[in-house]
Design a binder for this molecule. Structure first.
Ligand code: NAG
Ligand code: NAG
Ligand code: NAG
Ligand code: NAG
Ligand code: NAG
Ligand code: NAG
Ligand code: NAG
Ligand code: NAG
Length: 853
């Protein structure tokens, strides 16, 4: 019995063996390498070159038997959905099925037709001719190498498709990808795509040599003209520094490796992003450009704005009028618009003297704009300087100072401008003659006066009426006690500016010009604040911040706000406070908590902020349960977001603010867990007057204060960098810097150094993310953290270097020195405030003071 069983088994196995050998023999097992003797033939079918992980395949394809091509496609995607990421002989199809692929005697990879004519060759000069081989890599790159040196890459000769792993030159890649002629004809068509070869970085689609679409400028994160585009350093497009041989180039990082994503310039002229849906077995189109009329290049002509949400799409910019009214009104916008009132310089040229001397040119701010084409990048590094740079040159017609790009200047006509939806886009400042601006301002001024006079009269009437009624009522009902009037006029919410226009800047920032007049700061009626916070009740209290308690409130419109009641110790006078608030309201960045307005009544000073439901970072980071919600990707994004917000405060905002109290509890998280820095600028209010005796407020928090600030009272942007370093180490480790108080380690920094010096840095990483965190990134981040907490301010990087280091794996990092001045010696300082301004220090510390300009 047992014998027969095992015999059966053996026979079965033998059969199985034969079956598979047979199968292999006749199905031409795929090659993994093309060597000296390998030949891939079209007429045999199946015997193709396949990448090691079976993602990509190279071989013959065609849409009929009389045009055969050699190409690369996804091996595991069914033929009905085949996508060809590369084609060798796109211009010389083989007319029958007798073609072959092999390595020629000169070492090159070639495609031959049935008569052994060469229809395609890799065309490189090869030394070790007998030792070349071709391999299809897992990312789809076909590589020819001699011995151990790569001599040719298909990725360097792209067709119409960009896949992760390719390098796209950021400044010279124009026309790098060329569309197919039709859906079934790979020969070069009318359309091409690539990076603009001008000075600013953007992607273009060309129709012949005419521009058809552009992506808008790269701002370090996204292409600013592409809607719905998000990005981090973790995935999405990334700009790499390059070297002497290769200039800057883009790469694309796909967040889940192994999935298929590709960008293609299709035969009919669209840039499309496709993503493979494994379950439904089909490609999903996740991007499609240009996707409407306004996206098409320069639909409206020069000096006109295209807005897809309005009808007609095109309108001249303010101060401009159609060049040809009839054509314009009939919907032919191609000629665009012209300036109505000449600029000052032009008026001066036409002499008559007196007229010219009146009125300087000024700028009209236009938010939510896809910036015009042909920007020139100039050197000024803040908004104000950029503006004066533009004013100096008579041919400058507009400027924009944009975070992540810098000062952009336009000379001559402004082309391809779009009004963007959903508050995306940037701020453009358009140069106009004085008269065009005056015109508008005079009108609004008159409007304001009328409104004010009428409003004043009405208010007076109401007050008189109310007082009269109140007095009468009191007479009647004084026995009932206080009459809790909820008369709408008394509790009306007044905000002097319309928030929707005031705060609808781009998502990145909405920098105002320097017209800082009182009317721009929204004031809230104090009684309204009392009402929405339920008279600052305990239930509404969200927490106690460094400068006073914070309450939650709900405005009559339903908008939730956080109300900060500044502690009364602030020594600032009313005017100073107003000025300060006006400046702070101007600071807008996606990583800063938005200040909506403020309110003053007697000693009370109230700040009204946007409300963020997710509380602050410390609630998550130091909570054993909640900290698991912060996976590595989230932490990465939080660290990067904080760095960006801080960089904005330090460098990119017009105020150059030093936060001085950066810590986990001052980082708020929005519903998507994006970090937003809060309490920025308050140090200016409380710290501005160090001469005042009653400024007994702590600025800075134990554990986050740099040695020079804690011990000598010196603060600079580098003291914020120190706090950032501590915060970074806390985010990586999930531990509070101060939780080391009573252990053998003096602090988190000491502990980090300890592990660092013993090369056990990974032990610092929060156990809840240790497995999911790429080691190289964890090491780099902790390394950066260590550099930020160096004792000597001059050894700490500034925030823009920090951002660079966070984003780039290739940047070589300097080695940190052992921190000696550990925070234990600073504990005494946390109950006393001490800082000084204007002091210079010996250790080449740059004290860049907070200066409001
Ligand atoms: C193409 O050639 C293959 C094999 O030579 C053959 O089986 C097929 O029928 C041909 N197709 C057409 C459309 O002629
Ligand atoms: C390459 O191979 C050919 C034929 O096999 C041989 O004649 C020749 O000497 C080889 N060349 C080198 C450089 O090895
Ligand atoms: C390409 O351009 C030619 C000539 O302008 C035109 O006839 C053809 O229709 C265009 N092809 C596509 C796909 O747009
Ligand atoms: C952007 O997102 C919105 C909402 O998710 C969607 O309606 C819109 O079509 C998207 N736009 C593009 C160009 O994908
Ligand atoms: C629009 O006007 C231009 C001249 O400004 C003319 O060349 C073009 O043919 C017109 N287009 C249409 C569609 O009428
Ligand atoms: C001023 O006039 C001169 C000479 O007529 C001319 O060359 C120049 O371009 C003019 N400048 C402007 C701004 O119109
Ligand atoms: C200047 O004068 C010339 C000729 O008188 C006129 O054509 C031109 O429009 C004027 N330019 C401006 C800006 O007024
Ligand atoms: C204005 O800018 C243009 C373009 O850069 C330049 O050619 C011209 O010389 C500048 N003019 C002045 C007066 O600076």
């Amino acid at each position: 019995m047992a014998i027969t069983n095992s015999l059966k088994h053996a026979v079965f196995q033998l059969l199985l063996f034969f079956f598979f050998s047979f199968h292999a023999l006749f199905s031409h097992a795929a090659y993994s390498i093309i060597g000296k003797t390998t030949v891939i033939r079209d007429d045999l079918g199946g015997g193709n070159l396949v990448s090691e992980d079976l993602t990509f395949e190279m071989g013959f394809f065609g849409f009929d038997n009389s045009s055969r091509y050699v190409g690369i496609w996804y091996h595991n995607v069914p033929a009905s959905a085949a996508a060809y990421i590369w084609v060798a002989n796109r211009e010389r199809p083989i007319r029958d099925r007798r073609g072959s692929i092999k390595i020629k005697d000169d070492g090159n990879l070639v495609v031959l037709d049935g008569d052994n004519n060469e229809v395609w060759s890799s065309k490189v000069t090869i030394n070790a001719k007998n030792n070349t081989k071709a391999v299809l890599r897992n990312d789809g790159n076909l590589v020819l190498s001699e011995e151990d040196k790569d001599v040719w890459h298909s990725f360097e000769h792209p067709i119409d498709t960009f896949v992760p792993g390719m390098m796209l030159p950021a400044r010279t890649g124009m026309g790098m990808f060329k569309s197919w002629k039709s859906a079934t004809d790979p020969s070069p068509g009318n359309y091409s795509m690539g990076a603009d070869s001008g000075g600013t970085i953007q992607i273009l689609i060309l129709d012949g040599d005419k521009r058809r679409w552009r992506s808008g400028y790269w701002d370090g994160r996204v292409f600013t003209g592409v809607s719905n585009m998000t990005g981090t350093s973790l995935f999405g497009f990334k700009l790499n520094q390059g070297n002497d041989k290769v200039g800057e180039y883009f790469t694309y990082m796909w967040n889940s490796p192994g999935e298929h994503v590709r960008f293609q310039i299709t035969w009919d002229g669209f840039e499309k992003r496709f993503q493979w849906d494994k379950d439904d077995k089909k490609w999903i189109e996740t991007q499609h450009e240009p996707y409407n009329k306004c996206e098409q290049y320069n639909t409206c002509g020069s000096f006109a704005v295209c807005d897809i949400a309005s009808h007609p799409f095109c309108s001249c910019m303010q101060g401009f009028e159609p060049k040809h009214w009839e054509e314009w009104n009939s919907g032919n916008w191609s000629r665009g618009c012209a300036r109505r009132t000449p600029l000052k310089a032009e008026r001066a040229n036409n002499s008559s003297g007196t007229e010219a001397s009146v009125g300087e040119d000024d700028f009209l701010e236009q938010k939510c704009t896809k910036l015009p084409d042909f920007a020139r990048l100039e050197s000024p590094d803040d908004d104000g300087d950029c503006k004066s740079y533009c004013l100096k040159n008579i041919s400058c017609t507009a400027y924009s100072f944009t975070i992540g790009i810098g000062c952009m200047i336009w000379y001559g006509e402004l082309l391809d401008i779009q009004h963007t939806q959903n508050n995306l886009g940037n701020v453009l400042h358009i140069r106009l003659a004085d008269a065009e601006l005056d015109h508008r301002e005079k009108k609004t001024k008159i409007g304001i006066i009328i409104v004010a006079v009428v409003g004043g009269l009405i208010c007076l009437g109401i007050v008189v009426l109310l007082v009269w009624r109140f007095k009468r009522k009191r007479k009647v009902s004084s026995a009932l006690g206080y009459n809790n009037s909820s008369d709408p006029q008394l509790f009306d919410l007044t905000r002097s500016t319309d928030l929707s226009t005031e705060f609808s800047g781009s998502t990145e920032l909405g920098l105002e010009g320097n017209r800082l007049n009182g009317a721009e700061l929204p004031w809230f009626n104090f009684s309204c604040i009392v009402a929405v916070t339920n008279n600052f009740s305990e239930e509404n209290k969200l927490g106690q911040g460094g400068f006073g308690p914070v309450y939650k409130g709900k405005l009559p419109g339903g908008e939730e706000v956080a109300v900060k009641r500044l502690s009364k110790k602030s020594s600032q006078g009313l005017e100073e406070f107003k000025n300060e608030m006006m400046l702070i309201t101007k600071l807008q960045h996606r990583n800063l908590v938005k200040l909506l307005g403020c309110s003053i009544q007697g000693e009370e000073k109230i700040l009204v902020y946007e409300y963020l439901p997710n509380k602050s970072l410390d609630h998550f980071l130091f909570d054993p349960v909640k900290q698991t919600q912060l996976d590595w990707t989230k932490r990465f994004e939080i660290i990067e977001g904080i760095a960006r917000g801080l960089l904005y405060l330090h460098r990119d905002s017009r105020l150059r603010i030093i936060h001085r109290d950066l810590k986990a509890s001052n980082i708020l998280l929005d519903e998507n867990m994006n970090p937003k820095i809060s309490d920025f600028g308050l140090a200016r209010i409380f710290g501005g007057n160090q001469n005042e005796a009653n400024t007994n407020r702590v600025v800075g928090t134990y554990g986050y204060m740099s040695p020079e600030y804690a011990m000598e009272g010196l603060f600079s942007v580098k003291s914020d960098v120190y706090s950032f370093g501590v915060l970074l180490l806390e985010i990586m480790s999930g531990r509070k810097n101060t939780s080391f108080r009573d252990t053998e380690e003096s602090s988190l920094i000491g502990y980090a150094w300890h592990l660092w010096s013993e090369q056990r840095v990974m032990e610092l990483v929060d156990p809840s993310i240790q497995d999911s965190t790429p080691k190289s990134e964890a090491l780099r981040f902790i390394h950066i953290g260590m550099l930020c907490v160096q004792d000597s301010a001059s050894r700490r990087p500034n925030m823009s270097s920090v951002l660079l280091m966070l984003g780039s794996e290739s940047t070589a990092l300097p080695l940190p020195k052992q921190p000696l001045l550990l925070t234990s010696s600073m504990r005494k300082y946390d109950d006393r405030e001490s800082y000084s301004e204007g002091l210079d220090v010996s250790n080449d510390l740059t004290v860049s003071m907070v200066t409001g300009r």
